[in-house]
Write a protein that binds this ligand. Structure first.
Ligand code: SAM
Length: 280
């Protein structure tokens, strides 16, 4: 892609700017620009979209997003060492890349983008999970973004797309199924990254539905599923007793047997339970 954007190969960018990978920032870079272009394409048609990219690092995925036609990319990066390299990308795509230095868990980026917005990120796993849960649980729906295309450890990706009865079924699967359609778009071996992580990775693509599949208050649903799966081997009447004094009645009213375990309960019942508890 250096021929397309006129920028040097990423190994050269990293050497020129002294961007040795820092473990504390979860820095496992993708240097293959064919692969970053493929990830950008997994995000869907970018032409009429602004893209929020979290953790651009030396800019490989950023270059993929811009080359694939993103109208604008707003990129939030915590590591100030990456800013000069990203400034070079911005110069190659005049007016199309804005870089915000900061922590994606704190930066307010919404004012910087114009819908439709797609979010794309190759992030450290703990930050990615925290952001995913936030993006899935705003009080109002639809959200500002129309899709999320995010890199995770493969095991976490499987938790996001799991169905009731699957081993990986839990909090992330319920929250994702509630308001979105989520699927694994591709899997990547450790060698796709520099340095290679210990585990395989996967890109999850999440499309926001126009409305949630069942009504529920986001905060309450989050509380209910967090408590239910926190003690997934326990019967729900025990795992959820802190949520309401008459939890057994409320479970039955939601069509759930108090002796059932969280892994057997589907989305519709969890939403009914969240409504039942919220109604007091
Ligand atoms: N996007 C680049 C790529 O694909 O090669 C870099 C990916 S690397 C796995 C993760 C990037 O996220 C690093 O550049 C790191 O500095 C950045 N990062 C880590 N924590 C962050 C946070 N809380 N907010 C913003 N960026 C963060």
């Amino acid at each position: 892609m250096s021929a397309i954007d006129g920028l040097p190969p990423l190994r050269q960018v990293i050497a020129a700017h002294g961007l040795s990978a820092r473990k504390a920032l979860g820095q496992n870079f993708i240097l293959d620009l064919n692969l970053t272009a493929k990830i950008a394409r997994a995000a869907g048609d970018l032409n009429a979209c602004d893209v929020l990219e979290v953790g651009p690092g030396p800019g490989g995925l950023t270059r993929g997003l811009l080359a694939e036609g993103a109208r604008r990319v707003v990129a939030v990066e915590k590591d100030a060492r990456c800013l000069p390299a990203l400034a070079e990308v911005a110069a190659a795509y005049p007016g199309r890349l804005e870089v915000i230095e900061g922590d994606a868990l704190e930066v307010d980026w919404a004012a910087e983008v114009t819908p439709p917005v797609r979010i794309v990120a190759n992030l450290p796993y703990n930050v990615g999970t925290e952001l995913l849960v936030r993006w899935l649980t705003p009080p109002a729906w639809p959200p500002i973004w129309s899709s999320l295309t995010l890199m995770f450890q493969r095991e976490v990706a499987e938790r996001i797309v799991a169905r009731p009865g699957d081993k990986a079924y839990g909090r992330l699967a319920v929250l994702a199924a509630w308001r979105t359609e989520a699927r694994i778009a591709m899997t990547l071996p450790p060698e796709a990254f520099v340095p290679p992580p210990k585990v395989r990775s996967a890109v999850v693509h999440v499309e926001a539905l126009a409305e949630p599949r069942f009504p529920a208050d986001a905060k309450m649903l989050e509380r209910v599923v967090a408590a239910a799966f926190n003690q997934r081997r326990k019967m729900l009447r025990a795992g959820l007793k802190g949520l309401a004094p008459d939890i057994e009645d409320r479970l039955r009213a939601a069509g759930i047997e108090p002796t059932q375990r969280a892994e057997e309960v589907g989305l519709e019942q969890f939403c009914a339970l969240a409504r039942g508890i919220a109604d007091g």
